[in-house]
Write a protein that binds this ligand. Structure first.
Ligand SMILES: Nc1ncnc2c1ncn2[C@@H]1O[C@H](COP(=O)(O)OP(=O)(O)OP(=O)(O)O)[C@@H](O)[C@H]1O
Length: 240
């Protein structure tokens, strides 16, 4: 497998001075399925936002396909890496589902017929066939999350980076999502607290703690290490 994303000594401070990432080093190869987990506030979402240049490191470098993720390269990088936000209200901004999912394909210059077909295919893939004329803002949270995923899938990125994709999905929708992600011939990066999803989808697990990588290895090895799970906030001791 060849290196698709490389992160070198990445640190990030929010404008209020809070240091959310502190010296991250990692490589992700084409075709990998990687989970990023860790306790609340560990820096997972902040890291994800660097993959397609929504934010840029205070120090260090992120490269996608060998190209530095800088303002000058954003268009190319965003064709390659699609980010699905944790909160769908940050992703969906059109009155109707069709327009939200069609936005990317239209910007890519697809013909009207291709846009219609792409939107229909993406909605069908996430289990929302026929939702084109529904109002995005009147959908349930789980439905909105699936429209968000469809809007990114419609651009056929090489890398799908998803923040908490299974939260608010009912069990049937969640396993539908896992099956869908499994079926895609794509690189997957999933920020999640969902251990079932990690075990089902991601052979590699990166555990973050306080802005650093605490562990990076085979999911089966990390899941078998109770002390590591406790240290990384993926397991807890019972209080009684
Ligand atoms: N806009 C912001 N300004 C200042 N600090 C922020 C901002 N956004 C996040 N942070 C802080 O940065 C740290 C990392 O946040 P981040 O959202 O990346 O964590 P996370 O691991 O994704 O957490 P969670 O599991 O709760 O979603 C946290 O301490 C958070 O309070």
């Amino acid at each position: 497998m060849n290196k698709l994303i490389s992160i070198n000594n990445l640190s990030y401070c929010y404008p209020d001075g809070h240091k959310a990432l502190d010296g991250i080093n990692l490589n992700i190869s084409r075709g990998e399925s990687v989970a990023i987990a860790g306790s609340n506030g560990a820096g997972k979402s902040t890291l994800l936002l660097h993959f397609n240049g929504i934010i840029h490191g205070t120090n260090g470098a992120v490269k996608v396909g060998g190209l530095p993720v800088t303002a000058a390269n954003l268009k190319t990088v965003r064709r390659q890496v699609g980010v699905v936000f944790q909160n769908p209200d940050d992703q969906l901004f059109c009155p109707e589902v069709f327009d939200d999912v069609a936005f990317g394909p239209i910007n890519m210059g697809l013909s009207e017929a291709e846009v219609r077909r792409t939107v229909a295919d993406a909605l069908k893939a996430v289990g929302l066939a026929g939702f084109e004329r529904r109002s995005s803002h009147h959908l349930s949270l789980g439905e909105k999350k699936r429209v968000s995923l469809a809007s990114v899938m419609a651009m056929s990125p090489e890398v799908l980076a998803l923040d908490e994709p299974s939260s608010n999905l009912d069990p049937s929708a969640k396993w539908g999502l896992i099956d869908l992600l499994h079926s895609l011939d794509i690189t997957r990066i999933v920020v999640t607290h969902d251990l079932e999803l990690i075990e089902a989808l991601c052979p590699r697990l990166i555990v973050m703690k306080q802005g650093k990588v605490l562990a990076d290895g085979a999911t089966t090895d990390i899941m078998a290490d109770r002390e590591l799970l406790l240290a990384g906030g993926l397991a807890a001791r019972r209080h009684q």
